[in-house]
Design a protein around this ligand. Structure first.
Ligand code: SF4
Length: 104
């Protein structure tokens, strides 16, 4: 999968991102936009009830892409893969008790 600009990300797409204080830190900064690797973005499922990057973005972006929807199950699985040593996260996932934008 190729990288996407924040205007094209799936599930949720973030600008700034994952570089400053967000859980997965998988985006990188371009010249004028932030780019997110969709394989490394989990929409913050497991950590927050919304995309953390949305809260710091000065413009309206990081919006779900209806043509690339991903389920909560797919996203929590990705979060677990990205954070294999996070015991608390794993416990929350096993208990099906974790923050997610799907549960707002
Ligand atoms: S939605 Fe969450 S995981 Fe994805 S880029 Fe934004 S802060 Fe990172």
């Amino acid at each position: 999968m190729s990288e996407r600009s924040t205007a094209q990300t799936s599930g949720t797409a973030p600008p700034r991102g994952c570089g400053n204080g967000t859980p997965t830190r998988r985006s990188r900064r371009g010249d004028e936009i932030y780019i997110i690797d969709p394989n490394l973005c989990s929409d913050c499922v497991g950590f927050y009830d919304a995309a953390a990057c949305q809260t710091v973005c000065p413009v309206e972006c990081c919006l779900p892409d209806p043509e690339n929807e991903e389920s909560e199950e797919v996203l929590i699985s990705r979060t677990l893969k990205l954070h294999p040593d996070n015991t608390e996260l794993r416990q929350k996932a096993q208990a099906n008790d974790f923050p997610s934008r799907f549960r707002n």
